[in-house]
Design a binder for this molecule. Structure first.
Ligand code: FE2
Length: 283
């Protein structure tokens, strides 16, 4: 009770028709600085060598799968694919080798938790009609200069499936995101066509239940935003980002929310929590 929605009817209308919404100046420069500095500290404290061996050694599928599954309740570090040389060693400093950190920053780290639980975020979720919202994962994404990998076209509901579907992506730019350094691209209105496929975890590991449809790159529009802008992404919106071949990084903090009121978390999702996450509020 007491959570007041903060989106205007124009903003909601735009979100419903386009499948995404940019909210400029959602975060202050102080908030952004705090999250970036905190990530610097986490990276400084990260013992890279043991984790690097999981990813750089070939035929270690089970180890990498387990590292991924366990990250649902931890702060875990994932490397860029192009971070390693043929000898299995990192080609550059760890700070420039990490693809993302996830997936429970929002629960474990106080700085990221503060932003995640902020009134402006709960107000936004209330506007989107969430009744008992749970942040199910968080990611600090680096999109490193030169090697920041592409993210192929996808829908977030594929990975975080509830019945009925309720996932929304909340993507906060911690640096300016442009076509040069790998901003998000989306097909406006594509959320209206519904969910195409699911990402399933079973005894064989994780995999999609169907091949990806092919998309015409001409249908995608770039979502270029300033640092501090929040991009709200409908769970069925087709979106992607290209490799960052520029010399500028493109840091972002990304959250995914699902409702836990009147819908069911699928048991074959990749995230299987031992401890159920707390809702941000109950309305
Ligand atoms: Fe996504």
């Amino acid at each position: 009770m007491g959570i007041v929605g903060n989106l205007s009817s124009d903003q909601l209308q735009s979100f419903n028709s386009q499948g995404y919404l940019v909210i400029e100046s959602f975060s202050s420069s102080e908030e952004i600085d705090a999250m970036r500095k905190r990530m610097d500290q986490l990276l400084d404290g990260f013992d890279c060598s043991s984790t690097a061996s999981i990813f750089s050694t070939k035929n270690q599928q089970q180890s990498t799968d387990n590292y991924f599954y366990e990250s649902a309740e931890k702060i875990s570090f994932f490397f860029e694919e192009k971070a390693f040389g043929d000898d299995g060693a990192l080609k550059q400093a760890k700070q420039l080798s990490i693809n993302k950190v996830g997936h429970a920053l929002h629960e474990i780290d106080p700085v990221f938790k503060t932003f995640t639980c902020s009134e402006k975020l709960t107000g936004l979720l209330s506007s989107l009609h969430y009744k008992r919202p749970v942040i199910i994962q968080s990611m600090y994404i680096f999109k490193q200069p030169g090697i920041g990998g592409e993210v192929v076209p996808h829908q977030d509901n594929s990975f975080l499936y509830t019945e009925p579907t309720t996932c929304t992506g909340l993507w906060l730019a911690l640096e300016d995101a442009t076509v040069i350094n790998g901003c998000i691209w989306a097909i406006p209105g594509s959320q209206k066509d519904g969910l195409v496929r699911r990402f399933i975890r079973d005894e064989n590991g994780v995999h999609f239940d169907k091949p990806s449809p092919s998309y015409d790159q001409k249908d995608f529009v770039p979502i270029e935003v300033k640092a501090g802008s929040l991009v709200v992404i409908h769970g069925d919106l087709i979106h992607q980002s290209y490799e960052n071949q520029s010399s500028k990084s493109r840091h972002a903090y990304s959250l995914h929310v699902v409702d836990t009121d009147g819908c069911k978390w699928a048991q074959d999702n990749w995230i299987r929590r031992k401890v159920s996450p707390e809702p941000l509020y109950v309305s």
